[in-house]
Design a protein around this ligand. Structure first.
Ligand code: IPE
Ligand code: IPE
Ligand code: MG
Length: 243
């Protein structure tokens, strides 16, 4: 089935940047009669598979929403477990990243992360910095409103008393230099943005699936890309102007 779906993808019209709100780990664990962290652990398998699949398809940027600013409000045990899992995963997957020529990058308020998480992250970013395949961007302690405010405060310092242009603003965000995502996938049936890439998703195609993140595999990714390729992106114009 993987192959049949893969054949339907037009390699010349791939999205340059895919973003994913990886949701449903908790419900997946509950369905399996396990604690929530079991779901997060199994979500890592989906991260690995989707990252490898995007890389080998030739997608240039993959952004994964791994921990939101709002996620600090979860029970302490879950937050601790998630931070621990992050450190372990970053360390363990470093070789996978190197083998696949993937460059790691992170967006969000990294200073607010526990030091062990930050250290592992910074090390992996440095060690993969000369890779020139896909860029994997982890959104960690990220929220779009935080980023927008952060950018605004930076611009107040660098551009006092001047008019800010759209490109100045774009360059001040933590996603600076990365093209806007053409496709945003959210798993688990929730249909909301949850404070993710609000500025960057102005014209992004949204794809929602009921599949829970730990069940999301290559065929699910391929289906999302095929769906994306069947859409008409009009950017305010009319159909006749596009075709
Ligand atoms: C997404 O799964 C993972 C993170 C937010 C870190 P959830 O943990 O939100 O799973 P549900 O939504 O409770 O099922
Ligand atoms: C969004 O998922 C954040 C991440 C995937 C990291 P949540 O599960 O936290 O989103 P809400 O709060 O239900 O919208
Ligand atoms: Mg959730």
């Amino acid at each position: 089935m993987d192959e049949r779906l893969l054949e339907q993808i037009d390699k010349s019209r791939l999205p340059q940047h895919v973003a994913v709100i990886m949701d449903g780990n908790g419900r997946w664990a509950k369905k399996n009669g396990q604690p929530r962290l079991f779901g997060h652990h199994n979500g890592v398998k989906s991260v690995r598979e989707v990252t490898e699949a995007c890389g080998s398809l030739g997608i240039q940027y993959l952004t994964l929403y791994a921990f939101s600013t709002e996620n600090w409000n979860r029970p302490e045990m879950e937050v601790k477990g998630l931070m621990g899992l992050l450190v372990d995963t970053i360390k363990k997957e470093l070789l996978t990243l190197l083998d696949n020529n993937i460059r790691l990058h992170a967006i969000g308020n990294l200073e607010g992360l526990p030091s062990a998480t930050r250290t592992a992250l910074v090390e992996a970013i440095q060690k993969t910095s000369s890779n020139d395949g896909m860029t994997l961007i982890l959104a960690l302690n990220y929220s779009a409103r935080w980023d927008i405010l952060n950018a605004t405060n930076k611009l107040l310092e660098t551009h006092p008393n001047t008019q800010i242009r759209e490109e100045d603003f774009t360059a001040a965000l933590s996603t600076s230099g990365v093209p806007d995502p053409e496709l945003l996938i959210r798993t688990s049936g929730e249909k909301r943005i949850s404070n993710f890439l609000l500025w960057e998703c102005a014209y992004t195609e949204l794809y929602f699936t009921n599949t829970l993140w730990p069940d999301f595999r290559k065929p699910d990714l391929y289906k999302a890309i095929i769906d994306f390729q069947n859409r008409e992106r009009r950017f305010g114009k009319i159909s006749e102007q596009i075709n």
